[in-house]
Design a protein around this ligand. Structure first.
Ligand SMILES: CC(C)(COP(=O)(O)OP(=O)(O)OC[C@H]1O[C@@H](n2cnc3c(N)ncnc32)[C@H](O)[C@@H]1OP(=O)(O)O)[C@@H](O)C(=O)NCCC(=O)NCCS
Length: 177
């Protein structure tokens, strides 16, 4: 049984994230946004992490890494946090192709739900998947997300606009006082 945990990203994660992202650049071209070359370098990741941690400090995001056996193997991020009458965030994730098919992302999403409810006190998480991303859809469905619609030509990836399913998962927290 492989262990999975999640924690906030740290500045020292830059080199390993750059290495994993560079390794999967071609494999993920269909699923993740196109990024400048700098993004795949330790310096580029240092800037990205600094920006993510600044968003966290402002209460706008919870940028996490997925960890197995002490090694960072991917990222799970709650971003676009809206308070007031919404109390919601947007969930995104990836796991290195070296560690796929082992249930890591599923467990990481389960742990992110706990962070969203217990630590962030959110009332709702949302996510998007391309229609063809069946593994990602299986993970969301398993964790109680419901698909509520399709946004046409919503995401530009690998040279074309892609349709995406919109997913929602309500939580118990977040009721404004
Ligand atoms: C999608 C991704 C996150 C899956 O990561 P993973 O760690 O391999 O996922 P897990 O092993 O936790 O779970 C995959 C689930 O999908 C299921 N699955 C895999 N391929 C499938 C397919 N073709 N059809 C249906 N279900 C499928 C598996 O059976 C598993 O479900 P189970 O736990 O009930 O058996 C990973 O491939 C990835 O990072 N891809 C690139 C980035 C990406 O697509 N991110 C999500 C954007 S919405």
């Amino acid at each position: 049984m492989h262990t999975t945990s999640i924690r906030l990203v740290e500045p020292s994660d830059g080199p390993v994230l750059a290495d994993l992202l560079a390794r999967d650049k071609q494999a993920y071209v269909r699923w993740l946004p196109a990024r400048p070359t700098e993004f795949y370098t330790p310096d580029g990741q240092a800037s990205v992490i600094a920006s993510l941690l600044a968003s966290h400090a402002q209460g706008l995001a919870w940028p996490g890494v997925v960890v197995s056996e002490g090694n960072v193997i991917g990222q799970v991020t709650i971003s676009s946090i809206l308070r007031g009458p919404f109390q919601k965030g947007f969930l995104g994730y990836w796991v290195s192709s070296l560690h796929q098919g082992l249930g890591h992302t599923g467990r990481a999403v389960g742990l992110a739900l706990r962070v969203a409810e217990d630590e962030l006190d959110l009332h709702r998480l949302e996510a998007h998947t391309q229609l063809e991303n069946l593994a990602s859809q299986a993970i969301l469905r398993k964790h109680g997300f419901r698909a509520w619609g399709i946004a046409h030509e919503h995401f530009y990836a690998d040279g074309a606009w892609r349709d995406e399913m919109f997913w929602e998962r309500n939580l118990t927290g977040g009721t404004p006082s």
